[in-house]
Write a protein that binds this ligand. Structure first.
Ligand code: AMP
Length: 216
């Protein structure tokens, strides 16, 4: 069953996508990660997306749809996927629908991670990830057990996202509320929305998602 994870920046979509990948074999497809890879590789798309992303604004729908389409084509028909960070607006949701239909794929459910805005600033501005394996940490909530060493892989290099600052986050939140949040009703009206409390700790959120999926 293919999934979409919806929620504001810092809601924990990336963390939960990785949990679902480990627990159920899903392939996580994060448009943010794909764009950050493109920037690191210096591709055309990356060069054009860089300043847009740094400002917390949205990359064009055409680019996003093309990137997702390519990634879906690289999966085998039996690989289920999770979309993380897409769709971001109604036009992208319509494009994803048509794309899935054209590729003979079905959407199973959309999972909303609910988190209040006032928690997001602290979550986002303190987060960092292991450069080697992508494991996520936080200055206040989750430091590595040994300072400077990744719990998961032993890596010693970490990075912070350039758009995880208060200014860019303000723009990202505004876009979330005006353009992305309307998707909640879009999927709720189709009976596809599952909503979980994203303010619990990551293990608890993962459990809620497992329960919601088991209940389908
Ligand atoms: P994320 O990692 O999902 O927070 O995305 C980081 C940034 O990448 C966003 O602030 C946008 O600039 C860009 N981005 C990621 N996904 C999309 C999308 N579906 N549509 C437009 N821009 C996106």
């Amino acid at each position: 069953m293919n999934l979409i994870l919806l929620g504001p920046p810092g809601a924990g979509k990336g963390t939960q996508a990785l949990r679902l990948a480990e627990a159920r074999g899903y392939v996580p497809l994060s448009t943010g990660d794909i764009l950050r890879e493109a920037i690191a590789e210096g591709t055309d798309v990356g060069r054009r997306a860089k300043s847009v992303m740094a400002a917390g604004e949205l990359v064009s729908d055409e680019v996003i749809v093309e990137l997702i389409s390519e990634r879906l084509d690289s999966l085998t028909p039996d690989q289920a996927f999770i979309l993380d960070g897409v769709p971001r607006n109604i036009a992208q949701a319509d494009a994803v629908d048509s794309m899935l239909a054209a590729k003979g794929r079905r959407l199973g459910a959309v999972i909303e991670l609910r988190v209040d805005d006032d928690q997001l600033v602290e979550r986002v501005t303190g987060r960092f990830t292991c450069t080697q394996c992508g494991a996520g940490y936080h200055d206040t909530f989750r430091l590595p057990r040994q300072e400077g060493v990744c719990d998961a892989c032993g890596g010693t290099e970490f990075r912070r996202r350039s758009d995880d600052n208060a200014d860019a986050l303000g723009a990202r939140l505004e876009i979330y509320h005006t353009q992305t949040a309307p998707l909640l009703d879009y999927y709720r009206n189709r009976g596809e929305l599952l909503s979980v409390d994203g303010m619990a700790d990551a293990d608890d959120v993962a459990r809620q998602i497992e329960e919601a999926l088991d209940g389908l």
